[in-house]
Design a protein around this ligand. Structure first.
Ligand code: GRF
Length: 203
């Protein structure tokens, strides 16, 4: 099966998925890595893994709808079974989300539904939370609001800064995202009426 990964930056989650595909854990291949930033380090990660890379610079498009329409045209060249957002920092239009509904996933650095949006680690520390974590969810029209199907939690330490907490969460992200992609490519995860099902059991 064909996987397309969208990035904007480091692509450390992309790397985890690349490694998992290489290890033979995921039945499928990454057909392309597409970035909206030409200087995204994740593009180098893809090149080092001989994965085709494309750049679609959103500043070259008049508006979000035109950018997304071009992104769709580009993605569909690869006929993906799954579109994976890995540190992709663009809000996608409803048309885009609808087109890939049920095969568009994202990883968010919080225990959703807590802390949708940005600066999640800082917010968890300021709230005095004792646990924090990451969530993989299907992307819907609600930003960071789609149905979650795998999470990992980490303790928040007394002396944590947003950076130390983010680093602890990222370790877990790199574990759960490849599992999420594996389950999807194995056909074990399905979205039915906006409810994720694993092996037919609703989550
Ligand atoms: C990570 O915190 C991830 O949760 C969020 O973007 C950050 C960077 O991800 N989606 P990556 O290293 O670019 O995969």
């Amino acid at each position: 099966g064909s996987i397309v990964v969208l990035i904007s930056g480091s692509g450390s989650n992309l790397q985890a998925i690349i490694d998992s595909v290489k290890a033979g854990d995921i039945p499928g291949q990454i057909s392309a890595v597409i970035s909206n930033k030409e200087n995204a380090y994740g593009l180098q990660r893809a090149e080092q893994a001989d994965i085709p890379t494309r750049v679609l610079d959103h500043t070259e498009f008049a508006n979000r709808e035109i950018f997304d329409a071009n992104m769709i045209r580009l993605i569909d060249e690869y006929q993906p079974d799954l579109v994976v957002l890995s540190g992709f920092m663009r809000i996608l239009t409803a048309d885009f989300v609808r087109r890939y509904a049920g095969k568009l996933i994202n990883i968010h650095p919080s225990l959703l539904p807590k802390y949708q949006g940005l600066h999640t680690h800082k917010r968890a520390i300021e709230a005095g939370d004792s646990t924090h974590g990451a969530s993989v969810h299907f992307v819907t029209e609600e930003l960071d609001g789609g149905p979650v199907f795998i999470q990992a939690s980490v303790p928040v330490e007394q002396d944590d800064t947003p950076e130390t907490l983010a680093a602890r969460v990222l370790v877990q992200e790199h574990k759960i995202y490849p599992i999420a992609v594996k389950w999807f490519m194995e056909g074990r995860i399905q979205l039915q009426d906006n409810i994720p099902h694993l092996d037919g059991v609703s989550l």
